[in-house]
Design a protein around this ligand. Structure first.
Ligand code: ADP
Ligand code: MG
Length: 571
C-alpha cells in the first residue's frame, strides 16, 4: 500500500451510526415502522393488535398487542442490533415461519426516534418499561401492564433532518399506514386489527376469514361478487378471491397480494391476474380482492429489499401461468369469450377443442335474438341502425324503446372478424383462398424476422406464404374469411405491428386478434345502412358481443334516463 495515510482515514463506525445506516435500509417512513412493529406483534402470537397514530405516524405511532410479551432482559436485548429470538442458526433461514429474523427493526427504529416499550410476559407480576431516545442508553422502570407489548415510537427521524424533510404530508403517510394495516388484516384473519388516527377509529377488522376482511373494506355488495381462486400444482399453491368483471376499480390498490404470507408489491402477479381475466376486464380496470401464492421458500426470494415488499421467483413464468390459469378456470363459466390458449392448442394439434364448439350469447341478448327470430325472421328490431356518427360509431335502436346503442364500428368489426377466424379454424372449413395473382411481399428486415418467427401461425390461419428466393416471400393465398383485399392488408398490418413491438411472449395468441384487427372495417370509413345492419347482427351473434380484444366495449347503451341526467331534468 503506498504510504500509511489511507489507513488513518478508516474508523470503526460506532453503534449509533451503524444503526442509523441500518435504519435507512429498514425504515423509510412511518408505515415501515408500523409494518415492523405489527410483524413483531404477529410473531409474538397476538390475536389483537391496535395501531394508533398521530399526524400520519410522523409525530407518534403506538402499537398495542396481547402477544407473549418480553421480560426486562428480552426488552434490553430487543433494541440491540442483530438481536432476535427467532433464529439462531443461518440454516433456519430457509424454513422460517415468522416475519422477523434479521433482528434489526427495533434497534434501527430506536436509533432514529424516541422508543418506549412497555411489556409483560405471562410469568411476570410486573411489567417493564424501557425508554430510549435516538439510540441513548435505555432507561428502565417497573410498571403495571397487561400481558403483551406496547411499543410507542415518537418523533421519527427528528435527529436526521434530511430524512425528516423527505417525509410526505401526514395525509400521504397515513394512507401508507392504512394500506399496511389492511394488508395484514387480510392475510391474518385470526387476528383483530384496529387502526386509530388522531384519536378517531379509521379501520376495524373483525371478520373471521379473508373474504369477510375484504367485505369489511369494500362493502357487502362488492364482496358478493368475489369468486374464489384456487389452484395447486406441484409445490405451488395459488388461492384467493377476486371480483367478477362487473365490480372493478381504476387502480390495482384493492388487490392484496401475498407470497408465503407476506404482503408484496409485484408487477408480475398483477400482470398474471390481468392475463387470467383476459378480455373479461376492460383495459385500465382492476378487480378487487386478494391472491396468495404459497411455495417452498427456496423458490422465492422475499427479502431482496427489506422494505420494498418486492419478490423474486426462481421461475416467474411458471408462476405467471399458474395464476393466469387459476383465474381463467375460476371465471370460465362467467363468459364465453374464446380462450386463446385453447385455440393455440388447436392450431398445434389440428383439432377443435370442445370449449369453442358453442359460442354462447349472454342470456339477455340470446333471449332477444330468439324472440326476434321467431317473430320476424332476420334480425331487424331491436338494434336497427339509425345513422353513422363521426364515421366511427353506429347509432342504432336499443333493446327497448327507452334506449339506443352506440357501437364502435372498428371494435365491433374486429370482434366479428376474430370470431369468424375462430369458426373457420374450428369447423375445419376451407381456410385459404388463392389469390388470382400472387403478390411479392416487400418486407423490412424487422418485418421479415416477424414473418419468419410467426409463419406457422399465419399459415394455420390461412395465409399461403412461400419463400421466393433471396430471402423474399410471396403471398399466394389469404384466409377465406378476410378475402383478397382485406387479407393482404391484414398480413402487412400484422407484420408491421409485430416488427414494431419486437418479440413478445404471447404473440402466438395475439396474432389472431391482430389479423382480425387489420382485416376489419376501420374508424373513419363510411358505412352503408346495409353494412351497418350486417355488422350489428354479426356482432350480436359472437360469443362476446360486448368487448373487443383489449376489453374495450364494442357498444354501449344510452338510456333516456342518462340524457335526462345530462340535461338535469332528473337527478
Ligand atoms: P426480529 O423481528 O427480526 O427478531 P426485531 O428487532 O423486530 O427483530 O425484534 C427483536 C426481538 O424483540 C424479537 O426477536 C422478539 O424477541 C422481540 N420482540 C419485538 N417485538 C415484540 C413484541 N411485540 N412482543 C414480543 N416480543 C417482541
Ligand atoms: Mg421484527
Amino acid at each position: 500500500m503506498p504510504g500509511g495515510r489511507a489507513i488513518d482515514k478508516i474508523r470503526l463506525l460506532d453503534a449509533q451510526t451503524v444503526n442509523e445506516i441500518a435504519a435507512g435500509e429498514v425504515i423509510e417512513r412511518p408505515a415501515s415502522v408500523v409494518k415492523e412493529l405489527m410483524e413483531n406483534s404477529v410473531d409474538a402470537g397476538a390475536d389483537r393488535i391496535e395501531v394508533r397514530v398521530e399526524d400520519g405516524g410522523i409525530r407518534r405511532i403506538e402499537i398495542i398487542d396481547n402477544g407473549e410479551g418480553m421480560s426486562r432482559e428480552d426488552a434490553l436485548l430487543a433494541i440491540r442490533q442483530h438481536s432476535t429470538s427467532k433464529i439462531s442458526r443461518i440454516e433456519d433461514l430457509t424454513s422460517l415461519s415468522t416475519y422477523g429474523f434479521r433482528g434489526e427493526a427495533l434497534s434501527s427504529i430506536s436509533s432514529v426516534s424516541k422508543v418506549t416499550i412497555r411489556s409483560r410476559t405471562g410469568d411476570e407480576e410486573v411489567g417493564t418499561e424501557l425508554v430510549t431516545e435516538f439510540g441513548s442508553e435505555p432507561e428502565l422502570s417497573s410498571v403495571g401492564a397487561p400481558v403483551g407489548t406496547t411499543v410507542i415510537v415518537e418523533n421519527l427521524f427528528q435527529n436526521i433532518p434530511a430524512r425528516r424533510k423527505h417525509l410526505a404530508s401526514a395525509k400521504t403517510e397515513l394512507s401508507h399506514i392504512v394500506a399496511t394495516v389492511t394488508n395484514y388484516a387480510v392475510i391474518r384473519p385470526e387476528i383483530t386489527f384496529d387502526l386509530v388516527s388522531n384519536g378517531a377509529s379509521l379501520r376495524s377488522f373483525r371478520g373471521p376469514d379473508r373474504v369477510s376482511r375484504i367485505a369489511e373494506l369494500v362493502g357487502p355488495k362488492a364482496a358478493k361478487r368475489l369468486t374464489s381462486i384456487s389452484k395447486q400444482v406441484d409445490n405451488v399453491e395459488i388461492s384467493g378471491a377476486l371480483t367478477k368483471m362487473d365490480v372493478t376499480r381504476s387502480s390495482p390498490s384493492s388487490i392484496h397480494l401475498f407470497v408465503n404470507g407476506r404482503p408484496v408489491a409485484s408487477p408480475l402477479l398483477l400482470s398474471a391476474i390481468a392475463d387470467g381475466y383476459g378480455t373479461r376486464l376492460m383495459r385500465g380496470r382492476y378487480p378487487i380482492g386478494y391472491l396468495t401464492v404459497t411455495l417452498s421458500p427456496g423458490l422465492v426470494d422475499v427479502n431482496i429489499h427489506p422494505t420494498k415488499r418486492e419478490v423474486r421467483f426462481a421461475d416467474p413464468e411458471h408462476i405467471r401461468e399458474l395464476i393466469a390459469q387459476a383465474i381463467e378456470d375460476a371465471f370460465s363459466d362467467e363468459d364465453a369469450t374464446p380462450r386463446f390458449s385453447d385455440l393455440m392448442d388447436y392450431m398445434k394439434i389440428g383439432k377443435a377443442p370442445e370449449k369453442l364448439e358453442t359460442p354462447r350469447l349472454r342470456p339477455t341478448v340470446q333471449a332477444r335474438i330468439e324472440a326476434e327470430a321467431s317473430e320476424s325472421g332476420p334480425l331487424s328490431f331491436p338494434f336497427e341502425p339509425l345513422f353513422q356518427l363521426f364515421k366511427t360509431y353506429v347509432v342504432a335502436t336499443g333493446a327497448d324503446e327507452d334506449s339506443v346503442i352506440i357501437m364502435d364500428q372498428h371494435a365491433a368489426a374486429e370482434r366479428v372478424q376474430y370470431e369468424s377466424i375462430l369458426r373457420s379454424l374450428r369447423e375445419g372449413e376451407r381456410r385459404s383462398q388463392k389469390l388470382l395473382a400472387p403478390s411479392i411481399l416487400e418486407l423490412s428486415p424487422d418485418e421479415r424476422a416477424a414473418l419468419e418467427e410467426n409463419i406457422e401461425h399465419l399459415q394455420a390461419l390461412g395465409f399461403g406464404i412461400e419463400p421466393f428466393g433471396g430471402g423474399s416471400f410471396r403471398l399466394v393465398s389469404v384466409p377465406v374469411v378476410l378475402g383478397e383485399e382485406q387479407g393482404e392488408k391484414a398480413l402487412k398490418g400484422v407484420l408491421d405491428d409485430i416488427a414494431k413491438i419486437g418479440r413478445r411472449r404471447s404473440l402466438g395468441e395475439e396474432i389472431i386478434w391482430k389479423v382480425a384487427c387489420h382485416g376489419s372495417i376501420r374508424a373513419g370509413q363510411d358505412l352503408s345502412r346495409a353494412q351497418m345492419r350486417t355488422l350489428i347482427s354479426d356482432l350480436l351473434q359472437t360469443s362476446n358481443p360486448y368487448t373487443c380484444e383489449h376489453g374495450r366495449p364494442t357498444m354501449i347503451s344510452l338510456r333516456i334516463g342518462d340524457l335526462e341526467r345530462l340535461f338535469k331534468r332528473q337527478v
